[in-house]
Design a protein around this ligand. Structure first.
Ligand code: FAD
Length: 245
């Protein structure tokens, strides 16, 4: 029989800004809880954003519960590191019970006290409530046709992309015109100019091909099914960067 004292009121999975915000509310209610994080606070922002990343949310909106923006640049945008620092500061100031390096691997309901059992990389926990705040954009999704592209064509997910310096010389095709695609493209363009490569769009094996295209999940290995249709010669020295959710 499990002692009730060992059952937490709640467990929050994930210490991104959703998980920390929930933890703040739970703490204000005086509820016993833990925030389990597989890495460090803001792990997604530390490991899945490119080096020159800046938030698309203005500073005035990039605030945590209970806080308000009082800086001098309300419409500026935080860098990746500044945003991580903001999350860390919020957790520290509010003494949130974050347990880093704790991966939740299993969650089961029907526990004898009416709660949940969580299996983690550091043991088992029991809780009456579980809040899943593990993020919804952490797993790259490649269109099925990506598997059929020529093996010599290097493919990188936006979450693994850090900077243009990591890409081999050659043209680059950006697939995806959401948040990541156009901003990575801007980044390449800037770096290409800085490193005296031929200007974007000039073609050739050394140029950065400045293309962002929205593709549907077609099973075909060509790009004719793209929403924004263009043709690409994939026999050339292209490096394909897949920038989809
Ligand atoms: C390229 C890109 C740019 C974006 N830019 C912005 C922006 O500028 N402004 C904006 O508002 N939104 C932006 N978003 C959306 C952004 O992802 C969400 O706003 C925000 O990260 C969601 O916060 P979250 O706390 O739900 O998830 P996350 O920040 O992803 O946090 C989830 C946490 O859960 C942890 N976790 C996952 N699985 C487990 C597990 N099994 N056990 C323990 N821990 C686990 C992760 O390590 C992570 O720390 C962007 C998204 C992408 C992909």
């Amino acid at each position: 029989m499990t002692d009730n004292a060992n059952v937490l009121d709640a467990v929050v999975v994930g210490a991104g800004w959703a998980g920390l915000g929930v933890s703040y509310s739970l703490a204000r209610q005086g509820l016993r809880h833990a925030v389990l994080e597989r890495g460090r606070i803001g792990e997604t922002w530390r490991t899945q954003r490119w080096d020159s990343f800046r938030m698309n949310t203005p500073n005035v909106q990039t605030v945590m519960p209970g806080d308000c923006y009082d800086g001098s640049d309300p419409f500026g945008a935080l860098t990746r590191n500044q945003f991580v620092a903001l999350l860390e500061d919020f957790a520290r100031r509010n003494e949130l019970p974050v347990e880093p390096d704790t991966v939740v691997t299993e969650l089961a309901g029907g526990h004898e006290n009416g709660g949940y059992r969580l299996i983690t990389s550091r043991g088992t926990l029991l809780a009456r409530n579980v809040v899943i705040a593990s993020g919804n954009l952490n797993c790259p999704v490649r269109p099925v046709w990506a598997a059929a592209l020529p093996p010599g064509l290097r493919q990188i997910d936006a979450s693994d992309y850090r900077s243009a310096a990591d890409l081999p010389a050659g043209a680059v095709l950006v697939v995806g015109s959401g948040q990541s695609g156009p901003r990575s493209r801007k980044n390449w363009r800037k770096q290409a100019e800085q490193s005296s490569l031929p200007p974007a769009g000039s073609g050739g094996s050394r140029g950065t091909t400045e293309v962002a295209t929205s593709c549907s999940g077609s099973s075909k290995a060509d790009f004719s099914t793209c929403v924004e249709t263009r043709s690409f010669d994939l026999r050339g020295a292209f490096h394909l960067v897949v920038c989809l959710g």
